[in-house]
Design a protein around this ligand. Structure first.
Ligand code: SF4
Length: 226
């Protein structure tokens, strides 16, 4: 189940890609590649899963649960680290389901390699005062420009330590480069919580700069889904 962003509540088949080019302070994703994966129906499979095995798995899900899935989500880590492989398998996967990319929005050259094979892009602007990593403003700007015609959403993970000038800069950048994508403020899961009054203040601040600002927490955690 998609637990974040504008497509929250949509059931998806998740393809999780190993590795990431960032090291966000709040990251809860294993970056090393496990030697085996566990599928939703409880089967353990040797990893990495090759293209043929992946297609077989997807076909089995579609046969078992006809009509249940909205799309296939490429998630990570950072899927665009694997742009070369994705370019080969996405045409095959897209023949089965629409393709939804979840990305940290920092690798625009890799995005351009797979862009013709995507139906939705959910990208983050990673804010330094929350991630502890420098914000890649130039890369995010180019990424937003490329993603806007595809459709999707832009997410900002927010937390009490967020600097409001950074939020304002990100909202203005998203409005300028990707005006058709809603901007989602996503309170960080875990750690110190954002108060409701602070979230409302940030929503109002961002809404002065961006036409479609929403506040949506991660929901899969509450549902016991990871
Ligand atoms: S971009 Fe995502 S996967 Fe990578 S370190 Fe940050 S939170 Fe983790």
């Amino acid at each position: 189940m998609q637990g974040e962003g504008a497509w929250v509540g949509r059931r998806q088949i998740f393809v999780r890609c190993a590795g990431c080019n960032l090291a966000c302070a709040y990251c809860d994703t294993r970056h090393e590649m496990p030697s085996e994966i566990l599928t939703e129906d409880g089967r353990a499979l040797a990893n990495p899963v090759g293209p043929e095995a992946l297609l077989t798995l997807v076909d089995a899900f579609l046969k078992r649960l006809p009509g249940a899935h909205h799309s296939l989500s490429l998630t990570g880590g950072e899927p665009l680290l694997h742009a070369g492989i994705l370019r080969e398998i996405l045409p095959l996967l897209r023949g089965r389901l629409p393709v939804y990319l979840e990305t940290n929005g920092t690798l625009p050259e890799a995005l351009s390699q797979v862009l013709p094979h995507l139906d939705h892009v959910a990208l983050d602007i990673k804010l330094s005062t929350v991630t502890g990593e420098p914000t890649r403003w130039e890369a995010h700007a180019e990424f937003l420009r490329l993603a806007d015609p595809v459709g999707g959403c832009v997410k900002l993970v927010v937390a009490p330590e967020l600097a409001e000038e950074e939020l304002a800069r990100a909202a203005a950048l998203a409005a300028e480069k990707a005006p058709h994508l809603p901007l989602i403020l996503q309170p960080r899961t875990g750690g110190a919580a954002c108060t409701a009054s602070r979230l409302l203040r940030w929503q109002a601040l961002a809404a002065r700069l961006h036409p479609d600002v929403r506040v949506i927490p991660q929901t899969h955690v509450a549902l016991g889904l990871r």
